[in-house]
Design a protein around this ligand. Structure first.
Ligand SMILES: C[S@@+](CC[C@H](N)C(=O)[O-])C[C@H]1O[C@@H](n2cnc3c(N)ncnc32)[C@H](O)[C@@H]1O
Length: 281
C-alpha cells in the first residue's frame, strides 16, 4: 500500500472510549502504531463527526462534493476577485515570479492567476503546470491558457493531494483559496507535496481566507465559519484558516506573511522558502 493510501485508510480509526475498536477497520493496524503519526492522532480526535465527513477531516467537502460545487460555480468564481485581488497582488509582489522557471499550481480554478503570471510576470521560457478537481474549471483554465499552450498544462485530478510531479521539479508552488476548503489531512498532505516537489530555495506561495485581525474582519470570519458549519456548500467549502502555524521551521522559512481585509473579508498571504537540505520525514 502506498503512503498516500495508508494515510487515507487510517482516517477511519475509531476514537478511544466506549465501543472503540483497537484496530483500523481497513488495514488492521493497531491504535498504538497509528498514534506515531501526528495527523492520525488528529484524525482520531475529530471523530465526533459522521462517517462521510470523517474521511475528509470533519465537515469539509469530500473531493466529489468539491468537484460538484465547482462544476456549478464555473466562471462565477472570478467574481470573488473583489476580495481576492488585494491578496493576489501581494502574493505576486513577494513571490519573485520574475526569476521562476517551473510553476506548479494546486487548484487553478478558471486559470485567472495563471494567465496573469504567464502574460506579465514569468520569464518567456517558464513552464506552468496545474491540477484541479473540477472538469469545468479545467476546461475554463485550458481555454484561457490557450495562448500559452506550449508551456502551460492543466490536468484534471480526482482531488488527491498527491501530485504527479517529480521531486525538486518546481521553483514555485502556488495555491490560492484552495487549502481553506481542504480537510486537515489534505492540507498537511498538500504541504508535504509542496515540500517534495519544490527544489531547495523554491517558494511556497499561498493565499486564503483567515480569521482576521480587527473587529470587522474577525466578525466576517466568524460569520463565514458559522455558515461553513451550517453547510460547507454555502461558502464553496471554504472557511477561515491559519497556515503559518502549519509550516515547520525545519522545512520552511517564512519570507512574507500578511493579512489583508478588503470589504472586511480577511485573507492571509504566505510566501515561504523551502529550507535547503530539509527532508520530508
Ligand atoms: C475557491 S476556488 C479557487 C480557485 C483559484 N485558485 C482562485 O484563486 O480563483 C477552489 C478551486 O480548488 C479546486 N479544488 C477543490 N478541491 C480540490 C482538490 N482536492 N484538488 C484540486 N483542486 C481542488 C476547485 O475545483 C476550485 O477550482
Amino acid at each position: 500500500m502506498s503512503e498516500a493510501s495508508r494515510f487515507d485508510a487510517h482516517e477511519f480509526v475509531e476514537p478511544e472510549g466506549a465501543g472503540a475498536d483497537d484496530r483500523c477497520g481497513l488495514c488492521g493496524e493497531s491504535r498504538s502504531q497509528i498514534r506515531h503519526h501526528p495527523t492520525r492522532i488528529r484524525a482520531a480526535e475529530q471523530l465526533a463527526e459522521p462517517a462521510e465527513g470523517r474521511r475528509h477531516g470533519g465537515r469539509t467537502l469530500s473531493h466529489e462534493e468539491a468537484r460538484a460545487v465547482y462544476d456549478r460555480v464555473g466562471s462565477f468564481q472570478d467574481r470573488q476577485a473583489f476580495y481576492e485581488d488585494r491578496a493576489i497582488d501581494l502574493l505576486i509582489r513577494h513571490s519573485d515570479f520574475g526569476s521562476a522557471h517551473r510553476v506548479f499550481e494546486f487548484g487553478c480554478g478558471t486559470g485567472r492567476l495563471a494567465s496573469r503570471l504567464l502574460a506579465e510576470e514569468l520569464p518567456a521560457d517558464a513552464r506552468y503546470q496545474a491540477v484541479d478537481v473540477s472538469p469545468t474549471m479545467v476546461g475554463l483554465a485550458q481555454a484561457r491558457l490557450e495562448p500559452f499552450a506550449s508551456r502551460a498544462r492543466v490536468v484534471l485530478t480526482d482531488g488527491t493531494p498527491v501530485v504527479d510531479a517529480l521531486a525538486s521539479s518546481a521553483d514555485r508552488f502556488v495555491s490560492t483559496y484552495v487549502l481553506d476548503l481542504l480537510s486537515e489531512e489534505d492540507v498537511e498532505a498538500v504541504l508535504n507535496e509542496a515540500h517534495r516537489i519544490l527544489a531547495p530555495g523554491g517558494r511556497l506561495c499561498l493565499a486564503g481566507l483567515c480569521p482576521g485581525n480587527g473587529g470587522l474582519s474577525r466578525a466576517v470570519a466568524a460569520g463565514w465559519s458559522w455558515l461553513h458549519r451550517l453547510s460547507p456548500r454555502i461558502v464553496g467549502g471554504c472557511r477561515p484558516q491559519e497556515i503559518v502555524p502549519r509550516l515547520s521551521e525545519a522545512r520552511w522559512r517564512v519570507l512574507h506573511h500578511e493579512v489583508v481585509t478588503p470589504f472586511g473579508v480577511p485573507s492571509e498571504v504566505v510566501v515561504a522558502e523551502r529550507a535547503r537540505g530539509a527532508q520530508v520525514p
